[in-house]
Ligand binder design. Structure first.
Ligand code: PHE
Length: 339
């Protein structure tokens, strides 16, 4: 039996020596050293030997096992070494090469416009406010005189969250927070992100930006509103913008208006941005409804105000002639590098 073991070990060693890759080695390993391999078979025969023979056969078996295992490890390491050397020939880098220069970032066009409008209004005495993106039904709807059965509350338009919270559908809740915080008289703007549960297409996004504005004082009129709106538009476009005012309905203003500007992408001829109408709804506005003033803790018999909700995203599209709203949040560097 000892002779058989030694013969097996010798043949296995030579097969290992002539193996050309790890796969071939593995075949030999399973065949000889595996749990059901030839060495294991010898192990099973041990019980039939006399005690004396068993000791010497056991030694031979262990010796064969140890030397085969060692041979495997050595050969395996050699193969791995060859593979590594091959890899290093094609994969390498030179740590001494200087970097290719730092690519400077730039402000997103939305941020640029926001900054411009902020400084414009700041120079006219307006405070810049922030509000939460996760709002309560009270601030987003009730306080703005939007009754429970108003279509704007429809599940289609609002992303509802657990516990009666929602993603604000407009920046108008900041009007109420602003009145509560600052009291009258006040001038404030509130830029920010808003959310609507809408199908995305070239002119609609579920996430976009608005800039809310509000002024509350004694004797505020539509003339004040128009003055600020015109100052705003000429400040942004730095050229003549054709505008039109239409009556508009929003529960939180009375009277309410839609200020449209002629589409600057197509010059009024009609394109996807203006939905072929030649006009783009840019700026809903109006005089603050007495109920809203009350919700903000202000006496409507003493104070009045105007409010507007500028579509910041739309404005950016008009100013830079962007024909698809989806570019803005695409994160596409080819788009962003142009600003
Ligand atoms: N909050 C309105 C909207 O998102 C816009 C608006 C603001 C209208 C202020 C009038 C006054 O559609």
């Amino acid at each position: 039996m000892i002779a058989d073991i030694e013969a097996l070990a010798a043949s296995a060693l030579s097969r290992i020596a002539s193996a050309e890759n790890l796969d071939q080695m593995e075949v030999v390993r399973v065949e000889v050293l595996g749990r059901k391999g030839t060495l294991a078979d010898f192990g099973k025969l041990m019980g039939k030997l006399s005690a004396e023979d068993r000791v010497s056969a056991g030694k031979a078996l262990n010796g064969a096992k140890t030397s085969l295992e060692a041979a495997f490890e050595i050969k395996k390491a050699a193969f791995e070494n060859v593979a590594l050397t091959e890899r290093l020939k094609s994969e390498w880098f030179d740590p001494t090469i200087p970097p290719q220069g730092i690519l400077p970032g730039s402000l997103h066009p939305l941020t640029q416009i926001q900054n411009e409008i902020e400084s414009l209004f700041f120079s006219m005495g307006f405070t810049i406010l922030d509000g939460p993106e996760v709002e309560t039904e009270f601030y987003n709807f009730d306080a703005l005189n939007i009754p429970a059965d108003h279509p704007a509350r429809d599940m289609q338009d609002t992303f509802w969250l657990e516990g009666g919270y929602l993603l604000r559908t407009h920046t108008s809740p900041v009007q109420v927070r602003g009145m509560q915080r600052l009291g009258p008289p006040l001038r404030m703007i509130a830029p920010g992100r808003v959310f609507r549960n809408e199908e995305v297409d070239p002119s609609h996004e579920h996430t976009f930006y608005q800039l809310e504005g509000m002024m509350v004082d004694r004797n505020v009129s539509i003339a004040n509103l128009l003055y600020f709106m015109k100052t705003l538009l000429s400040g942004i476009f730095k050229r003549d913008v054709t505008v039109r005012l239409r009556p508009g309905f929003f529960p939180f203003v009375e009277p309410g208006f839609e200020l449209d500007i002629q589409c600057m992408v197509c010059g009024g001829v009609g394109c996807p941005v203006c939905k072929q109408s030649g006009w783009v709804e840019l700026l809903p506005c109006g005089l603050v409804h007495p109920n809203v003033l009350r919700a903000g803790g202000i006496n409507p018999d003493e104070f009045g105000g105007f409010a507007f909700g500028l579509g910041l995203t739309r404005l950016v599209m008009m100013r830079y002639l962007i024909d698809d709203i989806r570019w803005l949040q695409s994160g596409d560097l080819r788009f962003l590098k142009q600003f």
